[in-house]
Design a protein around this ligand. Structure first.
Ligand code: NAD
Length: 495
């Protein structure tokens, strides 16, 4: 039969796998010569070996970034010139869509359809958006008295470190790299050890697009060595982290113990997905709840992992979720029809299964799923616990897998109280047809992003980030530029 779809398995067998650090425009092994295994969660296959960069490599990368920043090869370019280079970079990423999507799927197990439609697309869009924005941002003149002129100008921070997770490796990196580079900073990127491939490839493509050497460096390696070295480095001006709340707190300590570098944090969540009694379309809400917890294998910072549903709609909504769960059983991530892929690795799979055991032990009722698929690879069924009490660990702790906790309530006020009863505050969703209730509840939810009658709406124009222990600062939109720039106030006395 004539094939219209690429054969991703055949491509996977031949795709070139990047395997080096990128420092000052050069592909290097780790100074120590150490490497670690890069294993695909699709089938447990060893893909390649990646340099285990540590403090010595971080020193080299930061020194290269500092030289690049200080001599102005990028930082002193006019914004319109940086824009042209970043647009060329975005086009090069777009031209390598299939390759990058394949690397992402092989590395961390997400369905190839998602890598193509979400991860690569969003990465391209992010670079395009900040490239286009940067020559349209004006500085300010303050309304001071007539005998003076006070200029309020943004300047790049200097050397910026980005430490990112494995759930959307390229996209999380792009959310930091694009505004940081557009603003004129030099960057050292440390990808998660579970997903280093696309970070290295992005670094190579940036050089090809004309980004000067040293402006964008990539150090692969483990968190407690390479990540910590960036956090503690005395010559890093800002460290911008996406990952767990636990490690986010470490970056605050690193900053305090070193040079008080600026810290931006995008951390974990336990987002409430609320369906109120006046929701007019419980079936659509149920489908959105299922999408909000099963998309990306539930490895989502914004996963709507707590369904808080009015008792009167409980059965209808749960039925809809169970029907959706039956349709998204885990499958081969390289099959374009697959919607639920593999979890990122063996240790994370064990962690998710441990939480499923905890849920059972806490007395929640397993409504579906709960099992790992037999055979090779890291596949866990979509899992729903009903009859959950918000004080249970499965309702309070971030599982980061396809596991939903269903909590029934009797009023909107109770829903709000339960929703906010968490240390996190990343996202929240609300289904209601009553405009007064919608506004009252949206105001009351302690979360950085609130979705009403939808879930995971997304646009680069809208800031993204969390309240409480979900983070400090915002990615996306022009607000992200605040993180990567200093404000300088210059007073001129008019004699
Ligand atoms: P993680 O915190 O384990 O690791 C994130 C990064 O930090 C990795 O690069 C890792 O190597 C590094 N790291 C780990 N230990 C370190 C240490 N001791 N010192 C310095 N660096 C260290 O997180 P993860 O497991 O990769 O990702 C999952 C987490 O990320 C979840 O909690 C999820 O909610 C969060 N996340 C948040 C957002 C957001 O925008 N808020 C987006 C995606 C993921």
């Amino acid at each position: 039969m004539f094939k219209t779809q690429p054969d991703w398995h055949a491509r996977a067998a031949t795709v070139a796998l990047p395997r080096h650090l990128l420092i000052d425009g050069r592909a290097l092994p780790a100074a120590s010569g150490e490497t670690f295994d890069c294993i695909s969660p699709i089938d447990g296959r060893l893909l390649t070996q990646i340099p285990a960069g540590d403090a010595a490599d971080v020193d080299l990368a930061v020194a290269a970034a500092r030289r690049a920043f200080d001599d102005g090869r990028w930082s002193a370019q006019p914004p319109a010139a940086r824009k042209r280079t970043l647009l060329a970079f975005a086009e090069l990423i777009a031209a390598h869509t299939d390759e990058l999507a394949l690397l992402e799927t092989l590395d961390m197990g997400k369905p190839i359809a998602d890598s193509l439609a979400v991860d690569v697309r969003a990465t391209v869009d992010t670079f395009r958006w900040y490239a286009e924005a940067i020559d349209k941002v004006y500085d300010e003149i303050a309304p001071t008295a007539a005998d003076s002129l006070a200029l309020v100008c943004r300047e790049p921070l200097g050397v910026v470190a980005a430490v990112v997770p494995w759930n959307f490796p390229m996209m999380m990196a792009a959310w930091k790299l694009a505004p940081a580079l557009a603003a004129g900073n030099s960057v050292v990127l440390k990808p998660a050890e579970q997903s280093p491939l696309t970070a290295i490839r992005l670094g190579e493509l940036a050089l090809e697009a004309g980004l000067p050497p040293g402006v964008f460096n990539v150090v692969t390696g483990f968190g407690p060595s390479a990540g910590r070295a960036l956090g503690m480095h005395a010559d890093v001006d800002g460290v911008f982290f996406t990952g767990s709340t636990e490690v986010g707190k470490l970056f605050l300590q690193y900053s305090g113990q070193s040079n008080m570098k600026r810290v931006g944090l995008e951390c974990g969540g336990k987002s409430p997905h609320i369906v109120l009694a006046d929701c007019g379309d419980p079936e659509t809400a149920a489908a959105a709840v299922a999408g909000g917890i099963f998309f990306n294998q539930g490895e989502m910072c914004t996963a709507g992992s707590r369904l808080i549903v009015h008792r009167s709609l409980h059965d209808r909504v749960l039925d809809g979720i169970l029907a959706a769960a039956a349709e998204v059983q885990p499958g081969d991530p390289l099959d374009p029809a697959t919607r639920l892929g593999a979890l990122v690795d063996e240790s994370h799979t064990r962690r998710v299964l441990d939480y499923i055991d905890i849920g059972r032990a806490e007395g929640a009722r397993l409504a579906c799923g709960g099992e790992r698929l037999a055979g090779r690879g890291c596949y866990v069924q979509p899992t729903v616990f009903d009859g959950v009490d918000n004080r249970m660990r499965i309702a309070q702790e971030e599982i980061f897998g396809p596991v939903l906790s269903v909590i029934s309530v009797d009023s909107a006020a109770e829903a709000l109280a339960v929703a906010n009863d968490t240390c996190y505050g990343l996202a929240a969703a609300l289904w209601s047809d009553n405009i007064d209730t919608v506004h009252r509840m949206a105001r009351g939810l302690r979360a950085g992003v609130v979705y009403v009658n939808c879930y995971d709406a997304d646009d680069l124009t809208v800031p993204f980030g969390g309240y409480k222990q979900s983070g400090i600062g915002r990615d996306k939109s022009l607000h992200a530029l605040d993180k990567y720039t200093e404000l300088k106030s210059t007073w001129i006395r008019l004699r």
